[in-house]
Design a protein around this ligand. Structure first.
Ligand code: PLP
Length: 392
């Protein structure tokens, strides 16, 4: 592997601490604070690079921040599933030799052309005739590209489905695959089983759907991209280990007699969630309500869309009389956690379990906050979490 890349620009000078407690003790952060754990980024990447039987593309949308990209690059990730020209540019600016794949089935006009001509991107996705027409018109030389037809994989094993907006049925896919082949491009298939997919079996089912499209089309595909969806281990949840997913995928390919197939995956959440935790502060406690300095319009935006069953089990941390940071202990109880904006909707949808003694000025530490948090925070109401420190 190449030598580690230094964190670009202002990230060189981020404060570094041995632990979250030390960071809280030293910084007493009144603003939400992202704690970056390079060792966790590295461990997540290793599991995929060592265990998945093909290329591992990081889904940039999950966290396009240079600090996430750099940590994953340093951990050995070289392929990037980018969904827009902006994401491709963000990756290529940091790592000119990165291999970007343009895996959004509907692109803004001109973006495929720019990706192909300026950034050497040769993988694209379609799920309709119109988008295939547009792609072929923009990329003058179809022989140089691979076109992934996106299938619907609505299988119910995930907390956030990814098949109602994009994807087509095997019958429609078969027609598109034939068109791709006739145009001289390399036909391929892809699907997304849904995000935070807790059922490894969903991948086997989706691979069978892909096989159906292959049989119907009579087209020999050049690659199968099995998408993202691998779950992050959020505290309070225990998803199946990744090797169950990898074994299931390998078994499905063996059953279909397709162990020769060039496979790829596009994990987002699984690669970046564990690498960042978030320190928030209790601005005010009122009975069983906690008013925190971060909320739905900041790092918790995704909570509006994803239906976790479990309560949040973050850690409560207090500073003692000598200013030492200590975990709060004692019986836990559910709190309703509000964000800092004036909007009544700015409330976490799930109760937050914390020790009963938590008080104004205490801190609440949320683990596994690297995915769909930094990427979707907004400056609504004048709040924008953007303080950073490194742990380790
Ligand atoms: C095409 C595509 N690939 C990969 C991902 C990443 O999914 P996940 O974070 O569930 O791994 C997404 C998420 O939206 C996606 O749309």
């Amino acid at each position: 592997m190449n030598a580690p890349v230094n964190l670009p620009g202002r990230f060189d000078s981020l404060p570094r601490f041995a632990s979250a407690l030390k960071a809280i003790e030293s910084l007493k952060p009144a603003e939400p604070l992202y704690l970056v754990h390079p060792d966790k980024f590295s461990a997540a990447a290793r599991q995929f690079l060592d265990g998945f039987p093909g290329d591992v593309l990081y889904a940039v949308k999950a966290n396009p921040h240079p600090i996430a990209l750099t940590n994953l690059w340093n951990a050995g990730i070289r392929h990037f599933d980018s969904a827009s020209l902006g994401e491709i540019e963000a990756v290529k600016t940091l790592f000119p030799e990165a291999i970007c794949h343009f895996m959004a089935p509907v692109r803004l006009p001109g973006q495929a052309k720019a990706a192909f001509e300026q950034h050497g991107v040769t993988d694209f996705v379609v799920d309709s005739d119109a988008e295939l027409d547009k792609l072929l018109a923009e990329v003058g030389n179809p022989k140089k590209i691979r076109v992934f037809v996106r299938l619907v994989a609505q299988l119910g094993g995930a907390l956030l489905e990814m098949s109602s907006k994009y994807g087509c049925r095997p019958e429609e896919a078969a027609k598109l695959m034939k068109r791709v082949q006739a145009a001289g491009a390399a036909p391929c298939l892809t699907f997304h089983v849904g995000s935070q997919c807790l059922s490894p079996f969903s991948y086997a089912q989706a691979i069978e759907i892909a096989q159906r499209a292959i049989t119907l089309s009579g087209v020999n595909i050049a690659a199968l991209d099995i998408g993202g969806g691998f779950p992050a281990a959020y505290s309070g949840q225990e998803p199946p280990p990744y090797h169950w997913y990898f074994d299931m995928i390998k078994e499905a390919l063996t059953t279909l007699g397709r162990t020769d197939l060039n496979v790829m995956c596009e994990p987002g959440r699984a690669l970046c969630a564990p690498g960042i935790s978030l320190v928030t502060q209790v601005v005010m406690r009122r009975g069983d309500r906690l008013y925190l300095n971060d909320g739905i319009y900041g790092s918790f935006d995704e909570q509006r869309f994803i239906s976790f069953d479990e309560d949040y089990p973050p850690s409560g941390i207090t500073l003692d009389a000598k200013g030492k940071a200590k975990p709060l202990t004692g019986e836990k109880r559910p709190f309703r956690a509000y964000g800092p904006t004036c909007d009544s909707a700015d409330v976490l949808p799930r109760p937050v379990m914390l020790p009963n003694g938590i008080a104004n000025g205490d801190f609440v530490l949320f683990d596994a906050m690297g995915a769909y948090t930094v990427s979707s925070r907004s400056p609504f109401n004048g709040y924008y979490p953007d303080s950073w420190a490194i742990i380790g």
